[in-house]
Design a protein around this ligand. Structure first.
Ligand SMILES: Nc1nc2c(c(=O)[nH]1)N[C@H]1C(S)=C(S)[C@@H](COP(=O)(O)O)O[C@H]1N2
Ligand SMILES: [Mo]
Length: 166
């Protein structure tokens, strides 16, 4: 079975009119479209991506915007400590301590080309490789919601990912 057969693009993923909502415990909620994202400073990083299922995709070069640069635009309230990153495929979402989320890159390019929908385009979260779980790399990112406390529900990514393992 190929990787794309294991991880097909769900029907709920609709990239037309895509925009990223950044809201929650912030002073200035915003919505960014592709050109807004392109106007922010970008960074590149190259690493391997390993999945709990036992495969590794080597030497991937991502380009995108550090979440830090996005959060600077919304002015998180002082008590903001977590971020819940949600996706277009149903209730898939993953929470992060805010400091770690700031270090993630919201990737819009993979290996020098626009990030295709097959791999999570228009925008995919790429957390720092150190201590990263595969399900934290949220594909088809639709929202970043800042929270003052760790979410007690809605943080579904791990369950979704592990439910695919036998
Ligand atoms: N929105 C969303 N993101 C997701 C997933 C998912 O099901 N939905 N699966 C995760 C898991 S477990 C893995 S291993 C990778 C797979 O990425 P790939 O399809 O580019 O190989 O996406 C991660 N991000
Ligand atoms: Mo995974």
């Amino acid at each position: 079975m190929t990787e794309l057969e294991r991880h097909p693009v769900p029907a709920a993923v609709d990239v037309e009119g895509w925009a990223l909502a950044v809201d929650g415990a912030v002073d200035h909620p915003i919505e960014l479209d592709r050109s807004d994202l392109e106007s922010l400073p970008s960074v590149s990083l190259t690493d391997d991506f390993a999945c709990e299922e036992g495969w590794v995709a080597e030497d991937l070069t991502w380009r995108g915007v550090r979440v830090d640069a996005i959060l600077d635009r919304v002015d998180p309230v002082p008590g903001s400590e977590y971020g819940l990153v949600s996706a277009m495929d149903g209730d898939y979402a993953c929470s992060f301590p805010l400091d770690r989320l700031r270090d993630c890159v919201l990737a819009v390019e993979l290996d020098g080309a626009e990030l295709g929908v097959a791999h999570g385009g228009p925008a995919r979260l790429v957390p720092p490789a150190d201590g990263r779980d595969c399900w934290e790399s949220v594909k088809w990112v639709a929202g970043i919601r800042l929270l003052e406390r760790a979410p007690t529900d809605g943080d579904t990514a791990r369950d979704h990912a592990l439910s695919r393992l036998d």
